[in-house]
Design a binder for this molecule. Sequence first.
Ligand code: CO8
Length: 264
Amino acid sequence: EKSYETITLECLGELATVVINRPDALNALNAQVIADLRQFVADVRSEEGAEVRSILITGAGEKAFAAGADIRELAEMTPAEAEAHSAAMQDFTRMLETLGLPVIACVNGYALGGGLELAMACDFIYATENARFGLPEVGLGLIPGFGGTVRLPQLVGPAMAKELIYTGRNIPAQEAHRIGLVNAVFASKDDMLDAAAATCREIAAKSAAAVANAKRTVDAAAGLPTAEGLLVERAAFGRAAGTEDSRIGTKAFVAKQKPEFVGR
Ligand code: CO8
Protein backbone atom coordinates (compact mmCIF):
# COMPACT_ATOMS: atom_id res chain seq x y z
CA GLU A 1 0.00 0.00 0.00
CA LYS A 2 1.13 3.53 -0.84
CA SER A 3 2.29 5.88 1.83
CA TYR A 4 2.29 9.67 1.75
CA GLU A 5 3.61 12.30 4.14
CA THR A 6 0.50 14.29 5.01
CA ILE A 7 -2.42 12.15 3.89
CA THR A 8 -3.39 8.63 4.80
CA LEU A 9 -5.27 6.16 2.67
CA GLU A 10 -7.74 4.35 4.91
CA CYS A 11 -8.86 1.77 2.42
CA LEU A 12 -8.29 0.85 -1.13
CA GLY A 13 -10.15 -1.45 -3.47
CA GLU A 14 -13.39 -0.08 -4.90
CA LEU A 15 -13.59 2.76 -2.38
CA ALA A 16 -10.53 4.87 -1.58
CA THR A 17 -10.83 7.04 1.54
CA VAL A 18 -8.24 9.81 1.71
CA VAL A 19 -7.66 11.41 5.10
CA ILE A 20 -5.92 14.79 5.30
CA ASN A 21 -3.66 14.20 8.25
CA ARG A 22 -2.11 17.30 9.85
CA PRO A 23 -4.30 17.48 12.96
CA ASP A 24 -1.85 19.79 14.79
CA ALA A 25 -2.52 22.47 12.16
CA LEU A 26 -6.24 21.61 11.79
CA ASN A 27 -5.30 19.81 8.55
CA ALA A 28 -4.26 23.08 6.86
CA LEU A 29 -3.33 22.55 3.22
CA ASN A 30 0.37 23.27 2.86
CA ALA A 31 2.34 22.58 -0.33
CA GLN A 32 3.08 19.03 0.84
CA VAL A 33 -0.62 18.18 1.30
CA ILE A 34 -1.34 19.36 -2.23
CA ALA A 35 1.67 17.41 -3.54
CA ASP A 36 0.45 14.28 -1.72
CA LEU A 37 -3.09 14.71 -3.03
CA ARG A 38 -1.74 15.11 -6.56
CA GLN A 39 0.34 11.94 -6.13
CA PHE A 40 -2.73 10.12 -4.82
CA VAL A 41 -4.75 11.10 -7.92
CA ALA A 42 -1.85 10.03 -10.15
CA ASP A 43 -1.75 6.67 -8.31
CA VAL A 44 -5.50 6.20 -8.80
CA ARG A 45 -5.03 6.91 -12.50
CA SER A 46 -2.20 4.36 -12.73
CA GLU A 47 -2.68 0.64 -13.25
CA GLU A 48 -2.60 -0.20 -9.54
CA GLY A 49 -5.51 2.19 -8.97
CA ALA A 50 -7.61 0.56 -11.67
CA GLU A 51 -10.10 -1.04 -9.27
CA VAL A 52 -10.92 2.25 -7.49
CA ARG A 53 -14.53 3.21 -8.32
CA SER A 54 -15.05 6.14 -5.95
CA ILE A 55 -13.20 8.41 -3.55
CA LEU A 56 -14.01 9.95 -0.18
CA ILE A 57 -11.96 12.86 1.15
CA THR A 58 -12.10 13.62 4.85
CA GLY A 59 -10.00 15.17 7.62
CA ALA A 60 -8.19 13.43 10.47
CA GLY A 61 -9.76 13.84 13.90
CA GLU A 62 -13.03 15.51 14.83
CA LYS A 63 -12.02 19.16 14.70
CA ALA A 64 -11.36 19.92 11.05
CA PHE A 65 -11.73 18.81 7.47
CA ALA A 66 -9.16 21.49 6.62
CA ALA A 67 -8.90 24.98 8.16
CA GLY A 68 -7.64 26.49 4.92
CA ALA A 69 -4.42 26.92 3.06
CA ASP A 70 -1.45 27.07 5.43
CA ILE A 71 -1.33 30.70 6.56
CA ARG A 72 2.32 30.37 7.60
CA GLU A 73 3.21 29.63 3.97
CA LEU A 74 0.92 32.35 2.60
CA ALA A 75 2.55 34.94 4.88
CA GLU A 76 5.91 34.45 3.13
CA MET A 77 4.76 34.60 -0.50
CA THR A 78 5.51 37.22 -3.11
CA PRO A 79 2.59 38.07 -5.45
CA ALA A 80 4.13 35.97 -8.22
CA GLU A 81 4.57 33.00 -5.87
CA ALA A 82 1.00 33.40 -4.61
CA GLU A 83 -0.35 33.35 -8.16
CA ALA A 84 1.74 30.28 -9.00
CA HIS A 85 0.56 28.54 -5.81
CA SER A 86 -3.05 29.39 -6.63
CA ALA A 87 -2.53 28.00 -10.15
CA ALA A 88 -1.07 24.76 -8.77
CA MET A 89 -3.98 24.33 -6.36
CA GLN A 90 -6.56 25.16 -9.02
CA ASP A 91 -4.85 22.71 -11.33
CA PHE A 92 -5.27 20.00 -8.70
CA THR A 93 -9.04 20.64 -8.57
CA ARG A 94 -9.13 20.21 -12.36
CA MET A 95 -7.36 16.84 -11.88
CA LEU A 96 -10.15 15.81 -9.51
CA GLU A 97 -12.81 16.99 -11.93
CA THR A 98 -11.33 15.10 -14.86
CA LEU A 99 -10.64 11.89 -12.96
CA GLY A 100 -13.90 10.33 -14.11
CA LEU A 101 -14.74 8.94 -10.65
CA PRO A 102 -17.23 10.22 -8.08
CA VAL A 103 -15.45 12.12 -5.29
CA ILE A 104 -17.38 12.97 -2.09
CA ALA A 105 -16.06 15.45 0.47
CA CYS A 106 -16.92 14.24 4.00
CA VAL A 107 -16.61 17.33 6.17
CA ASN A 108 -16.11 17.04 9.91
CA GLY A 109 -15.44 20.28 11.82
CA TYR A 110 -13.92 23.26 10.01
CA ALA A 111 -13.90 23.56 6.22
CA LEU A 112 -12.52 27.06 5.85
CA GLY A 113 -10.82 28.90 3.00
CA GLY A 114 -8.86 26.43 0.91
CA GLY A 115 -10.50 23.60 2.89
CA LEU A 116 -13.96 24.61 1.72
CA GLU A 117 -12.58 25.22 -1.76
CA LEU A 118 -11.20 21.67 -1.83
CA ALA A 119 -14.57 20.33 -0.66
CA MET A 120 -16.36 22.30 -3.41
CA ALA A 121 -14.04 20.78 -6.03
CA CYS A 122 -15.44 17.37 -5.05
CA ASP A 123 -18.71 16.24 -6.65
CA PHE A 124 -20.72 16.93 -3.53
CA ILE A 125 -20.36 17.46 0.20
CA TYR A 126 -21.63 15.47 3.18
CA ALA A 127 -21.18 17.02 6.62
CA THR A 128 -21.43 16.24 10.31
CA GLU A 129 -23.58 18.38 12.62
CA ASN A 130 -20.44 20.06 13.99
CA ALA A 131 -19.10 21.10 10.56
CA ARG A 132 -18.53 24.80 9.88
CA PHE A 133 -18.07 26.35 6.48
CA GLY A 134 -16.60 29.69 5.44
CA LEU A 135 -14.24 31.62 3.21
CA PRO A 136 -12.43 33.86 5.75
CA GLU A 137 -9.73 35.10 3.33
CA VAL A 138 -10.79 38.79 3.35
CA GLY A 139 -10.01 38.80 7.08
CA LEU A 140 -6.39 38.08 6.10
CA GLY A 141 -6.40 40.75 3.39
CA LEU A 142 -6.64 37.98 0.80
CA ILE A 143 -9.40 36.52 -1.34
CA PRO A 144 -10.27 32.88 -2.13
CA GLY A 145 -7.66 31.55 -4.58
CA PHE A 146 -8.45 27.86 -4.87
CA GLY A 147 -11.64 28.13 -6.92
CA GLY A 148 -13.87 29.68 -4.23
CA THR A 149 -14.94 32.77 -6.18
CA VAL A 150 -16.02 30.48 -9.04
CA ARG A 151 -17.51 27.40 -7.35
CA LEU A 152 -19.31 28.97 -4.36
CA PRO A 153 -21.53 31.17 -6.62
CA GLN A 154 -22.27 28.11 -8.77
CA LEU A 155 -23.46 26.20 -5.69
CA VAL A 156 -25.35 28.85 -3.72
CA GLY A 157 -25.87 31.72 -6.20
CA PRO A 158 -23.80 34.91 -6.50
CA ALA A 159 -25.66 36.97 -3.85
CA MET A 160 -25.29 34.36 -1.07
CA ALA A 161 -21.67 33.71 -2.15
CA LYS A 162 -20.85 37.43 -1.97
CA GLU A 163 -22.32 37.74 1.54
CA LEU A 164 -20.23 34.77 2.73
CA ILE A 165 -17.04 35.97 0.99
CA TYR A 166 -17.34 39.65 2.03
CA THR A 167 -18.09 38.86 5.70
CA GLY A 168 -15.77 35.85 5.93
CA ARG A 169 -18.47 34.41 8.21
CA ASN A 170 -18.53 30.73 9.24
CA ILE A 171 -21.86 28.96 8.89
CA PRO A 172 -22.92 25.71 10.61
CA ALA A 173 -23.75 22.51 8.74
CA GLN A 174 -27.54 22.92 8.85
CA GLU A 175 -27.34 26.38 7.28
CA ALA A 176 -24.87 25.11 4.66
CA HIS A 177 -27.39 22.38 3.92
CA ARG A 178 -30.25 24.86 3.63
CA ILE A 179 -28.41 27.03 1.07
CA GLY A 180 -27.40 24.05 -1.07
CA LEU A 181 -23.71 23.90 -0.22
CA VAL A 182 -24.06 20.53 1.54
CA ASN A 183 -26.11 17.55 0.32
CA ALA A 184 -26.75 15.90 3.70
CA VAL A 185 -25.92 16.31 7.39
CA PHE A 186 -25.15 13.42 9.80
CA ALA A 187 -24.99 13.08 13.59
CA SER A 188 -21.48 11.63 13.68
CA LYS A 189 -18.41 11.17 11.52
CA ASP A 190 -18.99 7.40 11.40
CA ASP A 191 -22.59 7.90 10.24
CA MET A 192 -21.37 10.30 7.55
CA LEU A 193 -18.65 7.95 6.28
CA ASP A 194 -21.07 4.98 6.28
CA ALA A 195 -23.64 6.97 4.31
CA ALA A 196 -21.00 8.19 1.86
CA ALA A 197 -19.76 4.61 1.35
CA ALA A 198 -23.37 3.48 0.75
CA THR A 199 -23.81 6.23 -1.85
CA CYS A 200 -20.58 5.10 -3.52
CA ARG A 201 -21.86 1.50 -3.68
CA GLU A 202 -25.10 2.76 -5.23
CA ILE A 203 -23.10 4.62 -7.88
CA ALA A 204 -20.75 1.66 -8.43
CA ALA A 205 -23.75 -0.53 -9.37
CA LYS A 206 -24.33 1.74 -12.38
CA SER A 207 -22.27 2.02 -15.57
CA ALA A 208 -18.84 3.47 -14.69
CA ALA A 209 -18.57 4.80 -18.25
CA ALA A 210 -21.91 6.60 -17.95
CA VAL A 211 -21.07 8.03 -14.51
CA ALA A 212 -17.72 9.34 -15.80
CA ASN A 213 -19.43 10.82 -18.85
CA ALA A 214 -22.12 12.43 -16.65
CA LYS A 215 -19.47 13.93 -14.36
CA ARG A 216 -17.49 15.33 -17.29
CA THR A 217 -20.65 16.74 -18.85
CA VAL A 218 -21.97 18.45 -15.70
CA ASP A 219 -18.55 19.98 -15.02
CA ALA A 220 -18.05 21.05 -18.65
CA ALA A 221 -21.50 22.63 -18.83
CA ALA A 222 -21.20 24.43 -15.45
CA GLY A 223 -21.25 28.15 -16.02
CA LEU A 224 -21.82 27.92 -19.76
CA PRO A 225 -24.79 29.73 -21.30
CA THR A 226 -27.75 27.32 -21.60
CA ALA A 227 -27.49 26.98 -25.38
CA GLU A 228 -23.78 26.08 -25.20
CA GLY A 229 -24.35 23.70 -22.29
CA LEU A 230 -27.00 21.88 -24.31
CA LEU A 231 -24.50 21.43 -27.17
CA VAL A 232 -22.00 19.90 -24.74
CA GLU A 233 -24.72 17.59 -23.41
CA ARG A 234 -25.90 16.45 -26.83
CA ALA A 235 -22.37 15.45 -27.92
CA ALA A 236 -21.82 13.61 -24.63
CA PHE A 237 -25.18 11.85 -24.98
CA GLY A 238 -24.11 10.68 -28.43
CA ARG A 239 -20.89 9.27 -26.96
CA ALA A 240 -22.88 7.54 -24.18
CA ALA A 241 -25.07 5.88 -26.80
CA GLY A 242 -21.93 4.48 -28.44
CA THR A 243 -20.77 2.59 -25.34
CA GLU A 244 -21.10 -1.14 -24.75
CA ASP A 245 -22.75 -0.28 -21.41
CA SER A 246 -25.58 1.58 -23.15
CA ARG A 247 -26.30 -1.53 -25.20
CA ILE A 248 -26.12 -3.71 -22.06
CA GLY A 249 -28.29 -1.36 -19.95
CA THR A 250 -31.06 -0.78 -22.48
CA LYS A 251 -31.23 -4.45 -23.56
CA ALA A 252 -31.37 -5.60 -19.91
CA PHE A 253 -34.26 -3.23 -19.25
CA VAL A 254 -36.25 -4.51 -22.21
CA ALA A 255 -35.52 -8.15 -21.20
CA LYS A 256 -36.48 -7.33 -17.58
CA GLN A 257 -33.01 -8.38 -16.37
CA LYS A 258 -30.38 -6.79 -14.17
CA PRO A 259 -27.64 -5.19 -16.31
CA GLU A 260 -24.06 -6.49 -15.94
CA PHE A 261 -22.08 -3.42 -16.92
CA VAL A 262 -18.52 -3.64 -18.24
CA GLY A 263 -17.57 0.00 -17.71
CA ARG A 264 -17.00 0.98 -21.36
N1 CO8 B 1 -2.87 27.59 8.49
C1 CO8 B 1 -1.89 27.27 9.36
N2 CO8 B 1 -2.11 26.87 10.61
C2 CO8 B 1 -3.37 26.81 11.04
C3 CO8 B 1 -4.46 27.14 10.20
C4 CO8 B 1 -4.17 27.54 8.87
N3 CO8 B 1 -5.12 27.83 7.98
N4 CO8 B 1 -5.60 27.00 10.89
C5 CO8 B 1 -5.24 26.59 12.11
N5 CO8 B 1 -3.91 26.46 12.21
C6 CO8 B 1 -3.11 26.03 13.38
C7 CO8 B 1 -3.06 27.12 14.42
O1 CO8 B 1 -2.05 28.05 14.11
C8 CO8 B 1 -2.78 26.32 15.66
O2 CO8 B 1 -1.40 25.99 15.67
P1 CO8 B 1 -0.55 26.12 17.05
O3 CO8 B 1 -1.19 25.09 17.97
O4 CO8 B 1 0.83 25.76 16.61
O5 CO8 B 1 -0.72 27.50 17.53
C9 CO8 B 1 -3.53 25.03 15.45
O6 CO8 B 1 -3.77 24.95 14.03
C10 CO8 B 1 -4.88 24.99 16.14
O7 CO8 B 1 -5.61 26.16 15.76
P2 CO8 B 1 -6.25 27.19 16.84
O8 CO8 B 1 -5.48 27.16 18.09
O9 CO8 B 1 -6.42 28.49 16.15
O10 CO8 B 1 -7.67 26.48 17.08
P3 CO8 B 1 -9.03 27.19 17.53
O11 CO8 B 1 -9.95 26.09 17.86
O12 CO8 B 1 -8.74 28.23 18.55
O13 CO8 B 1 -9.55 27.95 16.22
C11 CO8 B 1 -10.06 28.20 13.87
C12 CO8 B 1 -9.94 27.24 15.10
C13 CO8 B 1 -11.19 29.19 14.09
C14 CO8 B 1 -10.34 27.35 12.65
C15 CO8 B 1 -8.71 28.95 13.72
O14 CO8 B 1 -7.67 28.03 13.73
C16 CO8 B 1 -8.62 29.73 12.43
O15 CO8 B 1 -9.21 30.79 12.30
N6 CO8 B 1 -7.82 29.24 11.45
C17 CO8 B 1 -7.56 29.94 10.21
C18 CO8 B 1 -8.75 29.84 9.29
C19 CO8 B 1 -8.48 30.62 8.02
O16 CO8 B 1 -8.35 31.83 8.02
N7 CO8 B 1 -8.43 29.90 6.89
C20 CO8 B 1 -8.23 30.50 5.60
C21 CO8 B 1 -6.79 30.48 5.25
S1 CO8 B 1 -6.47 31.37 3.76
C22 CO8 B 1 -6.85 30.28 2.53
O17 CO8 B 1 -7.30 29.20 2.76
C23 CO8 B 1 -6.57 30.74 1.14
C24 CO8 B 1 -7.00 29.67 0.13
C25 CO8 B 1 -6.54 30.06 -1.26
C26 CO8 B 1 -5.14 29.59 -1.47
C27 CO8 B 1 -4.75 29.72 -2.90
C28 CO8 B 1 -3.26 29.41 -3.08
C29 CO8 B 1 -2.33 30.46 -2.52
